[in-house]
Design a protein around this ligand. Structure first.
Ligand code: NAD
Length: 401
């Protein structure tokens, strides 16, 4: 049987890429190439202009049009980053929001969003300078509502239906951690710890227009955050492989990212000031981000949301401690996917899982649910529920819903 892929519209409001497989009658099949299967046509779409390298931040004046609002993390002021942005943008910098906390929560975001649109509605660009929390906060801030009330946006997100924002601003992202890839994806995770839930924001306008990836900005990241963000990137790469939406281009980025992370991260943990390792991890996180920008994440991330909300695990740990387990669930499901996984880990599943486990243990990350106070029965229920979640259904091992 031959298959032809038809790629869905890239500019719908809520869905950037859809993969639709259409079976064609045998008579329309392409001629065989000496019985060797050709890969199906695949489209890779990422609209973000990406600048990578030391000193990239110095290019913000060129890439941020008009009046600019800076969204950043609390340590940025002391690190001299706010002053640097001010000197690069001069009077065009009209607003600084520098109190972004890890995992932006709607309880905090509500007031910030409403004040931003009331006081700086005429600002053109939001510059996110920080980790995934600052970038995701900025993604929420650029989306304005007709009423000016933040809850209007939450209601639209909760409905799960596509929508066009009433107004929006341009987003430029300069990551200061090497992990989330949020600078090259359209997604933002908004947390609601009070209600024990999360919202996923995803619109055409939440793709950053430009990503400025400057490894120099990552030199100050402490050891714990260096490890958890690096593992987030590893998880993105693997999740893009054991994914129904994988394609040869996402695989290429993912495999390269996995190689780099397995090699670099333990050495970087011991040598945080090593510029070469910082640069390699920054590039690895970018490659992993590009990979999952076209596939979305899968089961490990679906499980992670519960582990962050209920058990307080940092995002990067929550989405990586299950990787050896999820590798076992993925293995043997699809010959093509096995081939890619084996390029990274060799042909023996037990050895592959052991290698991943040892890698995580070496970094000080425990790999069993019991290590986090979750019983075997709770863990199974969590996995079953995660398989049915939006991200879980991307997993090649998920049962048909
Ligand atoms: N949108 C996406 O595609 C995507 C993907 C993965 C994760 N996320 C989200 O990203 C968030 C996590 O982001 P993160 O892991 O980058 O961590 P983070 O942004 O929460 O930052 C972690 C800590 O490091 C500090 N920090 C950041 N940069 C620093 C620097 N250069 N020097 C010193 N300290 C610094 C921050 O102040 C914070 O205390 C989560 O909310 C997660 O849901 C989004």
């Amino acid at each position: 049987m031959h298959f032809v892929s038809v790629i869905g519209s890239a500019d719908s409001t809520l869905q950037s890429i859809d993969w639709i497989e259409t079976r064609q009658p045998t008579s329309m099949a392409a001629p065989s190439n000496n019985n060797k299967e050709l890969p199906m046509p695949a489209c890779f779409h990422n609209p973000v202009t990406t600048v990578f390298g030391g000193g990239s931040l110095d290019q913000i004046a060129r890439h941020c049009p008009g009046k600019v609002a800076l969204v950043t993390f609390p340590e940025a002021e002391q690190l001299g980053l706010v002053a640097r942005v001010r000197s690069l943008l001069g009077e065009r910098l009209v607003c600084v929001i520098d109190n972004v906390q890890p995992n932006p929560d709607v309880a905090w975001l509500r007031g910030v969003h409403e004040a931003f649109w009331a006081q700086h509605g005429d600002c053109d660009t939001v510059l996110a300078l920080g980790g995934g929390s600052a970038i995701d906060t900025a993604k929420a801030l650029i989306v304005g509502t007709a009423s000016g009330h933040f809850d209007e946006l939450l209601e639209l997100l909760a409905s799960g239906k596509p929508f066009s924002p009433a107004r929006h601003k341009t987003l430029v992202a300069a990551p200061t951690t090497a992990g989330t890839g949020s600078e090259v994806t359209p997604w933002a995770t908004l947390w609601d710890a009070g209600q024990q839930k999360k919202y996923s924001l995803h619109l055409s306008c939440t793709w950053p227009s430009v990503a400025l990836i400057d490894p120099e900005l990552m030199l100050s990241v402490p050891a714990g955050v260096t490890v958890s963000t690096g593992l987030d990137a590893l998880s993105h790469a693997l999740e893009s492989i054991w994914n129904h939406n994988a394609n040869p281009l996402s695989d290429t980025f993912a495999l390269s990212a996995i190689d780099d992370i397995l090699d670099c991260l333990p050495r970087l943990q011991q040598d945080l000031g090593n510029r070469e390792l910082r640069a390699r991890m920054a590039l690895a996180a970018l490659k992993a981000g590009l990979a999952f920008s076209n596939t979305k994440t899968a089961l490990a991330h679906s499980i992670s949301y519960e582990m962050t909300l209920r058990h307080g695990l940092p995002h990067g740990i929550a989405c990586s401690f299950t990787l050896p387990l999820v590798l076992g669930l993925a293995w043997g499901r699809d010959a093509g996917r096995d081939q890619i996984l084996q390029k990274a880990f060799g042909r023996d599943l037990a050895a592959a899982q052991q290698r991943l486990r040892a890698f995580l243990h070496q970094l000080g990350v425990r790999t069993e649910f019991a290590d986090y106070g979750v019983t075997a029965a709770e863990a199974q229920a969590m996995i079953d529920a995660a398989m049915q979640g939006a991200r879980g259904r991307n997993f090649i091992g998920a049962q048909a819903a």
